[in-house]
Design a protein around this ligand. Structure first.
Ligand code: UT7
Length: 322
């Protein structure tokens, strides 16, 4: 499987750390030194559906395909205002596609989870082209009086078109039950028969524990993929990691003893956009010509669950002029 099209879309509204310090007991200094985040984009006048559509359209255009050439749409999304239908179903018709679709909740690892499923579909179901969209609005999970979570997230969408061909070499996905370290419980309707009180809660996170799990598990994924493919850290040209915290990225980089240039980031601008983060990074780097033909790329992501997903691929150039 290889990537032949990329796209991304971000809300227009830019929120700086100083703006947050205007109503939360926080500071630009705390946020930048602890996380690396300087600004984030938050949905204001747009909807997540519009961002998902924009990213998907850009990805299809750059792939050179027509919407009717897409055989499957997998949409990575943790939650949005619609529980049903799926976000994939909502955007499908507006894209001009008429293929099957479903939403995947692989938390912040959802894009790489979706790519793993797409790879399996391409092999097993004799399909040609799959559109993978990751669209997330984690800012809407947060309690905006809670400085420990609300400063971390941003909203955004990314999309990739994948097709049969040489590119992805290997995936590693893991799962574990650690519900208590990070969860968001939204409201459901009550029936007359409910006897269990389920408290709804905005995002609850044990930041230190998530940090520890993230560093430990990403290192394990990266080391396992390298070893399984007879490679060392030096053989990877670019490490594209989930953009959750600069210090998490730095811990992984230090373990691998690799130069900073191999770890491009955009967390400074966008914060943690959940499963969209690595897709936005791929799209921006590819369009800027910083992802080059033949480069070996490591993707490594983690999220609530606790889940992780990593992959090694060889990059093929995309012609955005078409
Ligand atoms: O996609 C996955 C999503 N989640 C993550 O990736 C989170 C991973 N974890 C982290 O990124 C870090 O743990 C955080 C950035 C969330 C927190 O950094 P930390 O260095 O682990 O700080 P901490 O939670 O240990 O808190 C240190 C202090 C506390 O004050 P006291 O108890 O020492 O007085 C917090 O109350 O910092 C305080 N604090 C803040 N201060 C100013 C927490 N949030 C803020 C804030 N501004 N926004």
């Amino acid at each position: 499987m290889k990537i032949i099209g990329t796209g991304s879309a971000l809300p227009e509204h830019i929120v700086t750390n100083e703006m947050l310090a205007g109503f939360l007991d926080t500071s630009d200094n705390w946020i930048t030194t602890r996380t690396g985040i300087r600004t984030r984009r938050l949905l204001s006048t747009e909807t997540l559906r519009e961002l998902a559509l924009e990213a998907a359209r850009k990805a299809i255009t750059s792939s050179g395909l027509r919407p009717e050439d897409i055989d499957y749409l997998i949409c990575s999304n943790v939650a949005n205002s619609y529980v049903s239908p799926s976000l994939g179903s909502i955007i499908l018709g507006q894209l001009g596609c008429s293929c099957p679709t479903f939403d995947m909740n692989g938390a912040c690892a959802g894009l790489v989870y979706s790519l793993d499923v797409a790879d399996a579909f391409l092999k097993a179901k004799n399909m040609k082209n799959i559109l993978v969209v990751a669209a997330e609005q984690p800012s809407r999970f947060c309690n905006w009086h809670d400085r420990a979570t609300s400063v971390l997230f941003g909203d955004g969408a990314a999309a990739l078109v994948v097709t049969q061909g040489e590119g992805f070499k290997d995936f590693r996905l893991t799962g574990n039950t650690h519900t208590e370290v990070m969860y968001y419980k939204r409201e459901m309707q009550r029936t007359p028969y409910d006897r269990v009180e389920e408290k709804t809660e905005p995002l609850v996170m044990n930041g230190r524990e998530v940090f520890r799990l993230a560093v430990e598990s990403c290192i394990d994924d990266v080391d396992t993929l390298l070893e399984r493919n007879g490679m060392t850290g030096d053989d990877i040209d670019l490490y594209l990691l989930h953009q959750a915290n600069m210090r998490i990225i730095e811990c992984i980089r230090e373990h691998l003893a690799q130069p900073k240039e191999k770890f491009p980031t955009n967390i400074q601008k966008y914060g943690n956009t959940s499963s969209a983060s690595v897709g936005i990074l791929i799209d921006e780097l590819s369009r800027a010509g910083e992802l080059k033909e033949g480069q070996t790329v490591m993707l490594s992501t983690f999220g609530g669950g606790f889940v992780t997903a990593a992959a090694i691929l060889e990059w093929s150039d995309i012609n955005y002029a078409k």
